[in-house]
Design a protein around this ligand. Structure first.
Ligand code: ADP
Length: 328
């Protein structure tokens, strides 16, 4: 059976981008078609300035939202990365296979390191090496497919390269994984700046819709989305990114194609209104289930404990084999 692995970082409140680009597809498709593991990758939240209590809170919230989004522990494995030591054990071995040049070429490092430098003067070494930890996350499970948004494909490429290199040098140990992108909404853009992605690091901004935003807040954010000075509603990602983003969000909510919706509106107001209502309706059951799960924290603990046990059981033999293969 195909093995699927993917994860979400607890660096902020999960967004509509995370849901449409990842969580929804994991719940609706991946957990039914594959042996799938989904992980809150909390170690990855330590690569930039962080508040320990916030990371702990957001890890819990993200795990609860994975379940609220429909991940079913009977069908897939849901766990927290730091509960399974195999990730860091393998990461070190892969650091002995990766090169510093490879790390410096990673787009996210190039983007984030100047920001960190401007903020505090120094960059954590883990920001440079975290793609190796991500490769370990993937390779430890013999993963065939990694469903991710297109911002993550470079990291999955690195995992492939490291798997091939390790296998070539030390004997076949790892499956070579590949990234699979969702058909729709591979990249939901910020409502206020539709040329950059809707990321959870921009937490408080009005351009980011969070999964737990109240309906009124969602409505306000979408009604205030930046569009352009044209009047017709036409789908053109290149020259009309704001309108295209709204059409893509609406289409993704309805399971339709954005091009098909493009002729159906004669004003931005009407498009925004329909988009807001579609998002609110889509998130309603997720929010309801989240409230129920928060009322039963013991049940979430049990899911995460069992998930970590199962994950460990899968990862340990392969990581042990990698230790032997490399000469330990
Ligand atoms: P973030 O960028 O929000 O920190 P993560 O690295 O935690 O996201 O990614 C979790 C998943 O959500 C990944 O598969 C990522 O590609 C996807 N994702 C994140 N933001 C978006 C977005 N704006 N549009 C589509 N998918 C996204």
């Amino acid at each position: 059976m195909t093995r699927v692995f993917s994860g979400v970082k607890p660096t902020g409140h999960l967004t509509l981008g995370n849901y449409l680009g990842a969580l929804r597809q994991w719940a609706e498709i991946d957990q039914h078609r594959a042996d799938a593991l989904f992980c809150v990758v909390d170690l990855h939240a330590l690569t930039v300035h962080h508040d320990p209590a916030r990371v702990r809170r957001l890890t819990r919230q993200a795990a609860t939202l994975l379940l609220a989004s429909g991940l079913d522990p009977e069908l897939c494995t849901v766990f927290v990365q730091s509960h399974v030591d195999e990730h860091t054990r393998l990461s070190y071995l892969l650091e002995c296979v990766a090169t510093d040049g490879e790390m410096r070429r990673m787009i996210q490092y190039k983007e984030k390191s100047p920001r960190e430098r401007a903020r505090g003067g120094s960059v954590r070494l883990s920001l440079l090496t975290y793609p190796v930890l991500m490769a370990a996350d993937i390779l430890a499970y013999g993963t065939d497919e990694v469903p991710v948004g297109d911002d993550q494909t470079q990291h999955v490429e690195l995992a492939r390269d490291l798997a091939v290199r390790f296998n070539h040098r030390y004997g076949h140990t790892f499956t070579v994984p590949k990234a699979t992108a969702p058909k729709v909404a591979a990249r939901v853009m910020n409502l206020q700046d539709p040329t950059s992605k809707m990321g959870k690091s921009q937490d408080a901004g009005p351009g980011v819709v969070h999964l737990l935003d109240e309906p009124d807040v969602i409505r306000k954010k979408i009604m205030r989305a930046v569009t352009d000075s044209e009047e017709d509603v036409v789908y053109d990602r290149g020259s009309r990114p704001g309108v295209a983003n709204l059409l893509e969000i609406l289409a993704a909510c309805r399971g339709e194609e954005p091009e098909a919706l493009s002729g159906g509106y004669d004003s931005y107001g009407a498009l925004k209104k329909d988009t807001a209502e579609a998002v609110i309706e889509m998130l309603r059951p997720v929010q309801q289930r989240h409230r129920e799960l928060c009322a039963d924290p013991g049940a979430v603990d049990a899911v995460l404990r069992e998930g970590a046990e199962r994950a460990r059981g899968i990862a340990r033999p392969r990581v042990d084999a990698a230790y032997r293969a490399i000469g330990l």
